[in-house]
Design a protein around this ligand. Structure first.
Ligand SMILES: [Ca+2]
Length: 163
C-alpha cells in the first residue's frame, strides 16, 4: 500500500516537472517567434501601402495619357534591377521604365525585394494588375478577389498575373 502511494506521488512530481519544462520551452519559443512575426507584419503593411501608392499613380497616369504605363502584356517585377541600384526607386525610370515623377516621388520596392518577395505589374487592353506576396497578412491576400491566395492583388483585371 505504501509503495503504491509513493509510486503515485512520484508520477505527480514527474508531471509537475514536465509541465514546468514545457511551459519554459513554450515561453522561449513564443519570445523567439513573436519578433519575426511582428517584423513580417510590418513588412506586409509597407507592401499594402506601397502597392496602393503605385495603384493610384498608375490610374493618374491613365487619366493623363489615355493608357496605363508600360509595354502591353509585359510583366514588370521590382526585383529586376540589381540589388542596391538607385534606379529601383527612381521615379523617372524605375523597375517600370516609365516616368511617373508627376505622380510619385519614387517607385516603391518590396522591403525584401528578391525572387520571392517583390512587386509585380502588368497591363493590357483588359486593364491592369499589381500584386505583392504577403508574409503574415494572409487574410488580405486570400480575400482580394484575385486568383492567387498568397498574393495581395489589386487593379482592374486580377486574372492578368498567373499564380
Ligand atoms: Ca489574392
Amino acid at each position: 500500500m505504501k509503495r503504491h502511494f509513493n509510486s503515485n506521488a512520484f508520477t505527480l512530481l514527474e508531471i509537475t516537472i514536465v509541465t514546468a519544462v514545457l511551459l519554459v520551452l513554450m515561453g522561449t519559443a513564443i519570445s523567439l517567434i513573436s519578433p519575426a512575426s511582428s517584423k513580417g507584419k510590418a513588412r506586409d503593411n509597407k507592401r499594402l501601402s506601397d502597392v496602393s501608392t503605385l495603384d493610384r499613380a498608375v490610374n493618374e497616369y491613365k487619366l493623363d495619357y489615355g493608357q496605363y504605363p508600360g509595354q502591353e502584356s509585359f510583366l514588370y517585377t521590382s526585383d529586376t534591377l540589381p540589388a542596391g541600384s538607385p534606379n529601383i526607386y527612381s521615379a523617372v525610370s524605375g523597375w517600370i521604365p516609365v516616368d511617373l515623377s508627376d505622380y510619385i516621388p519614387k517607385y516603391p520596392a518590396d522591403p525584401v525585394n528578391d525572387a520571392t518577395y517583390h512587386y509585380e505589374y502588368i497591363q493590357n487592353t483588359a486593364g491592369y494588375e499589381i500584386s505583392t506576396r504577403l508574409e503574415q497578412l494572409t487574410e488580405e491576400a486570400s480575400s482580394d478577389g484575385g486568383n492567387d491566395p498568397a498574393k495581395y492583388e489589386l487593379g482592374i483585371n486580377l486574372l492578368l498575373i498567373s499564380p
